[in-house]
Design a protein around this ligand. Structure first.
Ligand SMILES: NC(=O)c1ccc[n+]([C@@H]2O[C@H](COP(=O)([O-])OP(=O)(O)OC[C@H]3O[C@@H](n4cnc5c(N)ncnc54)[C@H](O)[C@@H]3O)[C@@H](O)[C@H]2O)c1
Length: 280
């Protein structure tokens, strides 16, 4: 069991529930709050059901039993009780800038400098959420993938004023709960995952629109081809290891449709050097 350090989950909808289960899997004292009280009681029932099923099917995360993990999660009726003294607060309310700003403003007034305030937002830059806060250096984005209990990557995006200590603490706690933090060095519209996802989506729509391929076959290609491969080897590693083992292959194959950045040899050298340096 990690400790009885406190985690505050604000918003107990779909994503808040998953975060609660992940933090409980290593024994944190998880407090869940929602503006609608019924959401919290529904969340607790649903979490208990899921934890029992996960244990029965051998898919439960962590070393604690389902009963022990259930005990780690409690619902609370005030935001103060949820966040005060917490090591980490995970804001998971509606994806609405004004709602999120208001909630984070309230949290900011209740916590001290020890609390990391992370938002689950899918696309709102953290600077827009935190510019006016006292503890703005403690605000960071931790964007999970749906469903977070089963998809490990979490996109971590700092605002320009987020402290490096908060980046490091966020990376550490996500790793501790079994997730895979993917840390951007700075804010970027669409972050990284949105940009990659929408580049793929654009091309799929273009291909269908121009009659080159059917909707069913695009789906099959992604599910049983590219997506299947990307679960164990990313696009850069694939490109470097492809066919005769270097970028030449990709450049030859893709000579009619090659990204400008791939044509630039300095970009290629940089990507290849980083791939060799890291232990993918
Ligand atoms: N659902 C997804 O696929 C997904 C994936 C990644 C990230 N996200 C992000 O996670 C966040 C939550 O999404 P969700 O799908 O869980 O939404 P949801 O609608 O299931 O849950 C949101 C919860 O927030 C509560 N809430 C609203 N205002 C509140 C307030 N002022 N204080 C406390 N609670 C409040 C609502 O009552 C609701 O229970 C959003 O920012 C979303 O973009 C969602």
């Amino acid at each position: 069991m990690t400790s009885n350090e406190k985690i505050g989950i604000v918003g107990s909808g779909f994503i808040g529930r998953s975060w609660a289960m992940l933090f409980a899997s290593v024994g944190y004292d998880v407090c869940m709050y929602d503006v609608q009280e019924k959401q919290v009681s529904d969340a607790l029932k649903e979490i208990h059901r899921q934890l029992t099923n996960l244990e029965t099917t051998g898919l439960l995360k962590g070393k604690l039993t389902a009963a022990e993990q259930k005990k780690c999660i409690r619902g609370v009726t005030s935001l103060k009780e949820c966040v005060q003294g917490a090591k980490h607060v995970q804001e998971s309310v509606f994806e609405d800038l004004e709602v999120k700003k208001k909630v984070l403003m309230e949290i900011d007034q209740l916590v001290g400098p020890e609390t990391v305030m992370a938002s689950s937002s899918s696309c709102i830059p953290p600077s827009k959420l935190s510019a006016d806060l006292t503890h703005k250096a403690n605000v960071i984005l931790a964007h999970p993938y749906n469903p977070p209990y089963y998809v490990p990557a979490v996109e971590v995006v700092p605002a320009p004023w987020t402290s490096q200590d908060v980046v490091a603490r966020t990376r550490a706690i996500l790793t501790e709960i079994g997730q895979v933090p993917v840390v951007l060095t700075r804010e970027h519209p669409g972050f990284a995952s949105g940009r990659i996802q929408y580049a793929i989506l654009n091309e799929c729509v273009n291909l269908v629109k121009s009659g080159v391929i059917s909707v069913q076959d695009v789906e099959a290609l992604m599910k049983h081809g590219l997506g299947y491969r990307y679960t164990w080897m990313g696009p850069l590693e694939t490109a470097v290891l492809n066919a005769n083992g270097d970028w030449d292959y990709d450049i030859q194959v893709c000579k009619f449709y090659i990204l400008k950045s791939i044509k630039e040899s300095s970009a290629l050298v940089k990507v290849e050097k980083q791939l060799l340096e890291c232990s993918l």
